[in-house]
Design a protein around this ligand. Structure first.
Ligand code: ATP
Ligand code: 3PG
Length: 394
C-alpha cells in the first residue's frame, strides 16, 4: 500500500482521532456480533502501547443526521471496555467543548469513544466545518474504518485534510489482501458472485472479467443469465432489463478466455418460504409456477471442483436464500469447499457471504473475511475509496 500507516508516525503523547467502523448489529441495547470491534483491536492496542490518547469515532446505523437513542454507542463502549480490559470513556457528543474537556482529562494510553458521528447532518454531507471541528480534537488522524472507506464523509475523508492522516492495521490489511488479489493474483483465480440482483454486481463482474480465470455465478442473479441463454425460469428472480447485459458478460468471458460457470441445476420451490414444497430440476426444466431458490446438487459438485483447483478465490454473495435452512445447502457447500481447499487463499467479500460463513461455523477456516460489505464491493469494482485516497502518501 502506498499510504502511510500508524507505523510511519510518532504518536507518543499525541491525541489521535481514530475512525473505526463499529457499525455492529445490536438487539435490545446489546452488541450481538462484535467482529468489527475485535477487528479494530490491533490498531487501538498499538496506539495505547505507543502512549497515544486514543479518541475513537464511528457511525452506527443510518440515523440521518439526528439523535436516535437506540443508535447511541454506549453498548459498543461497554463491549470495547471488556475486550480491552480497560475502561473506555464514552462521550454523549462527537465534538465541542464537553468533548474537549473529556479529552483534556485523558492520560497516555487512555481510550475514549465519541458519540455516533452520524447524529450530525454534516457527517454524511462531508461538511468542512464539521471536519474542522473533529480535527480540532486531535493532533493526528488514523483511519481504520475499511467498512466505511467508500463513503466520503466528514470523519472518513474531510478530516484527513486537516491533520497528518494515516491508515490503521485493519485498513492496511484489507487494502493489501484485496489489492493483491486484483493486481497480482495467484492463479487459477476464481471469483464467485452471488446475491440477489445483477444490478448490484454489474461493476464487479465487469472488472473481474478482466482479471479472473474462472467466474462462478449463483444466487438470485443467476436466473437472469439462465433466461439470457433462452431457458424458462418460472417465477425465479428476473431483471428483464439486464438480459442483454448478461449476454454481453457471457460473450466477454468467451473472448477473454474466462471460464464462465452457471448453475446446471436448481432447487425450486412453489413458494418463497422455508416449508414450501421443493424439488431439484435441471436448469432448463424450471416449471412455470416454481422459483429457483438455491443451486442444485450437481452445481454444488461442479463449483466445489473449481474451488479446489484454484489458488485464489474471492466470494461475494450467497448461492441461494441461505437465511432459510431449506435453501442454504448451496451456500453451505461453497463455504465448505472453501474451508476444505487447503492450498487456496480464500477471501470473503463481506456482507452476506461473511454472515453465511459465520452461520456455518466456518469463519476460522477462511484466510481473509473482509469487514466491509459495500466497501469491498466497490474495491472489487476497481473504484478508488475516498477514505483511503485522502490519507498521506508514503
Ligand atoms: N435464488 C434466490 N432468489 C431470491 N433471493 C435470493 C436467491 N439467492 C440469494 N438470494 C438472496 O440474496 C440476498 C443477498 O443478496 P445481496 O446482493 O445483498 O448479497 P451480498 O452482496 O452478499 O450482500 P451485501 O450487500 O450485504 O454485501 C440474500 O438475502 C439471499 O436470500
Ligand atoms: O456496514 C457497512 O457496510 C458500513 O458500516 C457502511 O455503512 P453504510 O452503508 O450505512 O454507509
Amino acid at each position: 500500500m502506498n499510504k502511510k500507516t500508524v507505523r510511519d508516525i510518532d504518536v507518543k503523547g499525541k491525541r489521535v482521532f481514530c475512525r473505526v467502523d463499529f457499525n455492529v448489529p445490536m438487539q435490545n441495547g446489546v452488541v450481538t456480533d462484535d467482529t468489527r470491534i475485535r477487528a479494530a483491536l490491533p490498531t487501538i492496542q498499538y496506539l495505547m502501547e505507543q502512549g497515544a490518547k486514543v479518541i475513537l469515532a464511528s457511525h452506527l446505523g443510518r440515523p440521518k443526521g439526528k439523535v436516535v437513542e437506540e443508535m447511541r454507542l454506549n453498548a459498543v463502549a461497554e463491549r470495547l471496555s471488556e475486550l480491552l480490559g480497560k475502561r473506555v470513556v464514552k462521550t454523549d457528543e462527537a465534538y465541542g467543548d464537553a468533548v474537549k474537556a473529556a479529552i483534556a482529562e485523558m492520560n497516555e494510553g487512555d481510550v475514549l469513544l465519541l458519540e455516533n458521528v452520524r447524529f450530525y447532518p454534516g457527517e454524511e454531507k462531508n461538511d468542512p466545518e464539521l471536519a474542522k471541528a473533529f480535527a480540532e480534537l486531535a493532533d493526528v488522524y488514523v483511519n481504520d474504518a475499511f467498512g466505511a472507506a467508500h463513503r466520503a464523509h466528514a470523519s472518513t475523508e474531510g478530516i484527513a485534510h486537516h491533520l497528518p492522516a494515516v491508515a490503521g492495521f485493519l485498513m492496511e490489511k484489507e487494502i493489501e489482501v484485496l489489492g493483491k488479489a486484483l493486481s497480482n493474483p495467484d492463479r487459477p483465480f476464481t471469483a464467485i458472485i452471488g446475491g440477489a440482483k445483477v444490478k448490484d454486481k454489474i461493476g464487479v463482474i465487469e472488472n473481474l472479467l478482466d482479471k479472473v480465470d474462472n467466474l462462478i455465478i449463483g444466487g438470485g442473479l443467476a436466473y437472469t443469465f439462465v433466461k439470457a441463454l433462452g431457458h424458462e425460469i418460472g417465477k425465479s428472480l428476473l431483471e428483464e432489463d439486464k438480459i442483454e447485459l448478461a449476454k454481453s458478460f457471457m460473450e466477454k468471458a468467451k473472448e477473454k478466455g474466462v471460464n464462465f460457470y452457471m448453475p446446471v441445476d436448481a432447487v425450486v420451490a412453489d413458494d418463497f418460504s422455508n416449508d414450501a414444497n421443493k424439488k431439484v430440476v435441471n436448469i432448463d426444466e424450471i416449471p412455470s409456477d416454481w422459483e429457483g431458490l438455491d443451486i442444485g446438487p450437481k452445481t454444488r459438485e461442479l463449483y466445489r471442483d473449481v474451488i479446489l483447483k484454484s489458488k485464489l478465490v474471492i466470494w461475494n454473495g450467497p448461492m441461494g436464500v441461505f437465511e432459510m435452512d431449506a435453501f442454504a445447502e448451496g451456500t453451505k457447500a461453497v463455504a465448505q469447499a472453501l474451508a476444505d481447499a487447503k492450498d487456496t487463499y480464500t477471501v470473503i467479500g463481506g456482507g452476506d457471504s461473511a454472515a453465511a460463513v459465520e452461520k456455518f461455523g466456518l469463519a476460522d477456516k477462511m484466510d481473509h473475511i473482509s469487514t466491509g460489505g459495500g466497501a469491498s464491493l466497490e474495491f472489487m469494482e476497481g473504484k478508488q475509496l475516498p477514505g483511503v485516497v485522502a490519507l498521506n502518501d508514503k
